[in-house]
Write a protein that binds this ligand. Structure first.
Ligand code: ARG
Length: 575
């Protein structure tokens, strides 16, 4: 355990038990960063009432128990404990972290099986910017959980089924397989869909054909299924192009689209009905999970089978949640999906609990993704009002990134590599650095800024540390210290670095990657101050100081590199 805040929590809890009895050992000591010391513990204020003693008395009793603490503990004001850690403690912990390949990040034991449902674009439409964010946030959560030793099962719940596929297949027959494939692979899914839709609305025979095609598709007619595969394969190739550009970890093996659940839907409904969880209402089979009412105060239905016998989005999600618990053996299921689907998921989770398919030991969580807005504060669109094609948007990020690094003196190939890393890093980091449920303004100028809480700033910070080593002719792996802290900027940097493990664990627990972003940014800022104030390889720096400062540089580099890696932000060697 290196994280000072966790160490302090532990120590103050021990003091609580020693001073006031074992029943207080689990009380939250309320450790917070402090203006006047490294940390303050506020627990005396809240505990005093219960103990019928003055907060100051309580604080003093705690301070007495903390006498052997490696630092100073002072009672201040009405009863705060101000805690300052000894430099040697910080230095020793930093030294230990330097030797630790995991940089103080723990491993979860026993490992949990975490199912992460993310990305999930719809095949009948273009993958849009909204899916960009669920893809990026979900991928970062997958990386973090894997790093902690959990078993991660990615589930790309593609929208690859439903009545629109009748007209999509008929349109494919009309324009020919080759033309259809070319269009879909190029990411023109929306145009394709619109063309089919137009015919459907204006051409009676096409409409009739399309309806008939839905039936043959659902009945499993081999030729129709072949055409469906032609359509889907081309669509997935386009999705994969986007995943490849972004460097997300999703593969074809992670595809578990809506169609996968078709064979389970009937049984899903039958079992719900037999258990009395679902009932017929106006011809539709519905679950009425308790506590959900509409505007008219009537119970709100989750429709698992429509009155025409068809299945919809909710039917599939009921089958999916059962499969994830029962077959995939999930301990935790994360649904990284737009915030506008919050009600749907609350109802699905409640219905699944009612059915006994989601036991209390398994948590199902909707990681709500806020809407992406344009600079004008409205839903993100291009200037012409069309929704933006994702591959164009990503390419624009790379193009703009190459302008940002235009003055750098690199050959074409290196320049292209850096531009790609910076462009994709900028788009991803911008998505990750604000809390996932808040709305978010897509702004190239801001995300590509070389200062502030942006990917380019952080990528540059780590590249600069690499160049310190390169120019000095040192290998970061050889920078083993020992770390000795003299200057306040060294101390602040070391103290900051010690928090890495705790923040990674917190991200997994809270499903909030923005916490890791804030940590990495604070680390880079602390490094910048350190580097401005503490010469490392300059002449006149004695050997011990240099060794210590190089070790701090190496540790910072590894934290930045690992942290950015967990976010899925690429780390260019040079920049
Ligand atoms: N395809 C859906 C959409 O674009 C997202 C699916 C999310 N996952 C789920 N299990 N419902 O809105």
């Amino acid at each position: 355990m290196t994280d000072p805040q966790m160490v302090l929590t532990d120590r103050v809890q021990q003091a609580l038990a020693a001073a006031f009895g074992a029943e207080h050992a689990d009380a939250d000591p309320l450790i917070r960063p402090s203006q006047f010391a490294d940390f303050q513990a506020n627990v005396a204020m809240s505990l005093a009432k219960r103990l019928r003693r003055s907060p100051r008395e309580v604080a003093e009793a705690l301070a007495a128990e903390l006498a052997d603490f490696p630092g100073t503990v002072e009672v201040s004001g009405p009863g705060f404990l101000n805690i300052t850690l000894d430099d040697t403690w910080i230095a020793d912990e930093a030294g230990r972290m330097l030797e630790d390949t995991r940089l103080g990040v723990g491993t979860v034991t026993p490992a949990q099986t975490v199912v992460i449902d993310y990305s999930a674009p719809n095949a009948a439409k273009e993958m849009h910017v909204g899916h960009l964010r669920t893809t990026i946030v979900g991928d970062s959560l997958a990386r973090v959980h894997e790093h902690l030793g959990n078993t991660v099962i990615r589930q790309n719940h593609l929208g690859d089924w439903g009545t629109p596929f009748g007209m999509l297949i008929e349109h494919l027959l009309d324009i020919g397989e080759e033309a259809a494939v070319a269009q879909l692979e190029a990411g023109m899914g929306t145009e394709y869909y619109q063309a089919a839709r137009q015919k459907f609305d204006g051409d009676e025979t096409f409409k009739t054909r399309s309806r008939a095609r839905v039936t043959t598709l659902q009945s499993g007619d081999p030729e129709t299924l072949r055409l469906w595969h032609v359509f889907m394969d081309a669509t997935v190739r386009y999705f994969n192009k986007i995943y490849g550009m972004l460097g997300v970890t999703l593969t074809d093996a992670d595809i578990a689209g809506e169609s996968m659940y078709n064979p389970m839907l009937q049984k899903t409904c039958d079992d719900l009905e037999a258990a009395g969880v679902a009932v017929l209402s106006e011809g539709a089979l519905c679950v009425f999970p308790p506590g959900f009412t509409g505007s008219d105060d009537k119970p709100l239905p989750l429709i698992v089978r429509k009155s025409d016998g068809g299945y919809g989005y909710a039917s599939t999600d009921m089958a999916a949640i059962r499969y994830r618990v029962h077959d995939l053996k999930a301990d935790r299921i994360l649904y990284v999906v737009g915030a506008d689907q919050a009600l749907h998921f609350r109802m699905v989770f409640a219905a699944a609990r009612q059915a006994g398919w989601l036991p209390d030991t398994v948590s199902a969580e909707h990681v709500q993704i806020g809407m992406m807005l344009g600079k004008d504060g409205r839903r993100f669109k291009t200037r012409s009002g069309e929704s933006v094609k994702l591959s164009d948007l990503l390419q624009e990020a790379v193009d703009r990134a190459s302008v940002v690094i235009a003055d750098r003196d690199y050959d074409e190939e290196t320049r292209a590599e850096i531009a790609h890393a910076v462009g994709m890093g900028a788009v991803k980091y911008a998505d990750l650095s604000i809390s996932h449920d808040s709305e978010y303004v897509f702004d190239f100028d801001r995300m590509l800024g070389l200062t502030g809480n942006t990917a380019p700033y952080l990528q540059y910070a780590q590249a600069r540390i690499r160049s310190i080593f390169r120019r000095g002719g040192f290998d970061p792996a050889d920078a083993t210290g020992p770390i000795v802290l003299g200057h306040p900027a060294e101390r602040a940097l070391a103290l900051q670095l010690l928090g890495f493990g705790a923040v990674v664990e917190k991200v997994a627990e809270s499903t909030e990657p923005h916490r890791l972003c804030a940590f990495i940014y604070a680390t880079a800022t602390a490094f910048t101050t350190f580097f401005e104030e503490c010469p490392v390889v300059k002449e006149g720096v004695d050997a011990d100081t240099r060794a210590s400062r190089l070790a701090l540089c190496a540790l910072t580099l590894r934290v930045l590199e690992t942290g950015l890696g967990l976010l899925g932000v690429p780390v260019p060697e040079r920049m």
